[in-house]
Design a protein around this ligand. Structure first.
Ligand code: SF4
Length: 294
């Protein structure tokens, strides 16, 4: 695997983050081989060449340790925003696993976001961290249909494996959630799909589903997405062009009504959907420790 130089791996500090309660962000890898056709990280603004090729940051563990030691405040680290921390390389190189050991040692919290069942390997470390700091194991699910997922997220674990993974973590007493975003217009925005996601999530003991009723499309990513639509769903690209033109934010048709219906469904199943409730549930029991000075 190619290594790339990095000065820092842990970035940012948000005192009261509304994004799953995360105070810091961590990306050990650059690029992702899961091949999701809608991936925003391919956008030209990020300037990641050959995005499908996974590279790792050199001396990752030494840099993470240096970054953790330098932080004045404990907090929750989010990982999985620009690359999947459980891409196939992780099975061999265990860089995310090594980072978890440091996160445990320095007593930070962690909210990973992945589409890979490989995360189950690290259930022991997530349990160790949860003993002192907030943890929520989060997987992205945009469809419950394995066959459809194989076309829109071809390198990721099938949704059935993701739900089984979430159940394994929930059964181990860990907080789990779903990022249900994006929901692709005309492909995944039907009530049958959304209802099935809620059913499966409920069976997996998931505490929240953060929904996004639509997607974003911009330069660089648009070309890749449209080429994939032409290949996998002939004729659909024109529907996108007709409805959204060059819009960045592309909400599914009747998004507001769908959201109301979906939130009712989740409420009945005891699953949170609103970010303040999600953040509160992740932090429950940990508030004092999270904000304490080192
Ligand atoms: S798993 Fe995430 S980072 Fe990787 S291709 Fe899919 S959307 Fe992009």
């Amino acid at each position: 695997m190619e290594l790339i130089p990095a000065k820092n791996i842990l970035s940012g500090y948000a005192e009261n983050s509304g994004w799953f309660g995360c105070n810091y962000n961590m990306n050990i890898y650059r690029g992702c081989s899961h091949g999701c056709i809608y991936c925003d990280s391919r956008s030209a603004c990020y300037q990641i060449e050959d995005f499908g090729r996974v590279r790792a940051k050199a001396d990752a563990h030494a840099i993470i340790e240096k970054n953790l030691r330098a932080k004045r405040k404990k907090g929750i680290i989010g990982t999985g925003a620009m690359s999947d921390p459980y891409n196939p390389m992780e099975a061999e190189y265990a860089l995310t696993r090594g980072a978890l050991k440091l996160i445990d040692q320095y007593r930070f919290g962690i909210v990973p976001l992945t589409k890979s069942a490989l995360i189950t390997r690290d259930i022991d470390l997530y349990a160790k961290i949860a003993a002192h700091s907030p943890v929520s194991v989060m997987m992205t699910v945009t469809t419950s249909d394995d066959a459809l997922a194989a076309r829109v997220e071809p390198g990721a674990s099938p949704p059935s494996a993701r739900f089984a993974t979430l159940k394994a973590f929930s059964d181990a007493g860990l907080h789990t959630g779903i990022a249900m975003m994006p929901i692709l217009p005309f492909l995944e925005d039907n009530r049958e799909n959304l209802r099935d996601i809620v059913d499966q999530a409920s069976k997996a003991g998931v505490r929240f589903i953060a929904p996004g009723f639509g997607m974003t499309i911009r330069e660089g990513q648009r070309e890749y997405f449209y080429a994939a639509l032409d290949r996998e769903f002939p004729g659909l690209k024109q529907r996108y062009i007709d409805r959204y033109g060059l819009d960045y934010s592309c909400a599914v048709p009747e998004a507001a009504e769908l959201r109301r219906w979906f939130e009712t469904l989740c409420r009945e199943a005891g699953i949170y959907t609103r970010m303040p409730d999600i953040v509160a549930s992740i932090n429950k029991g940990y508030a004092t420790q999270q904000m304490s000075f080192v």
